[in-house]
Design a protein around this ligand. Sequence first.
Ligand code: AMP
Ligand code: MG
Length: 444
Amino acid sequence: MSSIEQKHNLHQHGPLHSVEETKSIILQSVDTLTPEKKPLIESLGQVLSKDIKSPIDIPPFPNSSVDGYAVIHSDVISASKTTPVKLKVSHRVFAGETADFQLESGHSARIMTGAPVPWNTSAIIPFELTNENMLNLSQNARENYNIEIHDSPSINDNIRPQGEDVKKNTKILTRGTILKPADIGLCASIGLDFIEVFRRPKVAILSTGNELLHPGEKFSPGKIFDSNSYSLYSSIIQAGGIPLILGIAQDSMESLEEKLQEAFPSDMLITSAGVSKGDYDIVKDFLSKNGKIKLWSVNMKPGKPLAFGSLKRNGQSPLPHIGLPGNPVSSLVAFHQFVRPAIYKMMGRKTMDIPIIKAVLENKIENTDGRRVYARVLVSNKNGEFHARLSGSQASNVLSSMSVANGLAICPENIPAKNPGEVIDVQMLDWNELEMDQSLQDSH
Ligand code: AMP
Ligand code: MG
């Protein structure tokens, strides 16, 4: 036991929790946040807290799907290229106008795509099926001329009926939908400019360690730059949360205490480092002194030293706190397993898992101590089959191999190795079809 652990009477490890237990303990401790009214334009990726019904029909009125001629069907039944039907063009209708007039037999209206159809219209003949291009109409001679129809349409051809897309008073989106661009467009199409969604969680990030410098600072001996604040900040944005950087705390209770004051208005606190066995790993101590530790060891590699608990705050419910490991890859891998699902739950998502694919493994993954291994791999698509190869050193401090990787291959607990040729589960962190296409890579 370290001196600090002895002082605070802590054991070096808590009981080892499985990844699933850990995830479920964390998810039980966070709640979906309250709904908020949000400008529709800013709601991408947020989750609807209410069903949406349309107050109107879409299209709101019957309109033309082509540039052409509105006709009465019975006028043009016999029309063909060899026996054209001649009609008088007595109106024209542009998109954005109204068409409150009756089409008379023997007449037609020149009509543009999206323009409302005149009463009595029973088909629209596209320009291509008329002698339009022979007429050489000047801009202002586009009314009161004759047109030849070269084809007989089916009834209602090229008329988009009112309510074809969305019927008035019907549900167009369900509570729980994660809004994607088409959903947002759909809401705009029924005239909404605000929408009710679950609030995005504010997640505070604190790096801890006497060795840390801010990127941009002058390098000095014995120090390293704080990369975790940066990778975690970006990961929180990617997951849909709102990150708040608290900076760097020294390895002292006073420094932690001071920095953490700013975390209290957040929905969750993420710290990195200070949760393993070293002499200055005091995040755990701080957590046990100022709140409650629920667990501090997970049966995974990388990412075993991980603390989870909650900090007391005045007049408010306790602040959930995930103490991530300090090593840059461990903290990111643990982020994906635990923080990302917690963010998803808080923002109202029902599915919290990372997509998993099956891939053929190309190298050996060793599992020396029976933990669950998350191996950094680069997945590529070779002739329609996914292949995963290790993206470099698997040491937990080597961030460059995480940078090359697009997924985490899983070697289950108590399986000593996964061998080349075996099919393995891979959590996909990034999905870029073009980068994954091996044939494109080879041609560079
Ligand atoms: P610790 O958990 O404090 O023992 O840290 C484990 C390892 O992670 C040590 O090598 C630390 O220097 C390193 N580390 C801790 N915090 C960071 C950080 N914010 N950025 C990069 N490396 C870090
Ligand atoms: Mg440390």
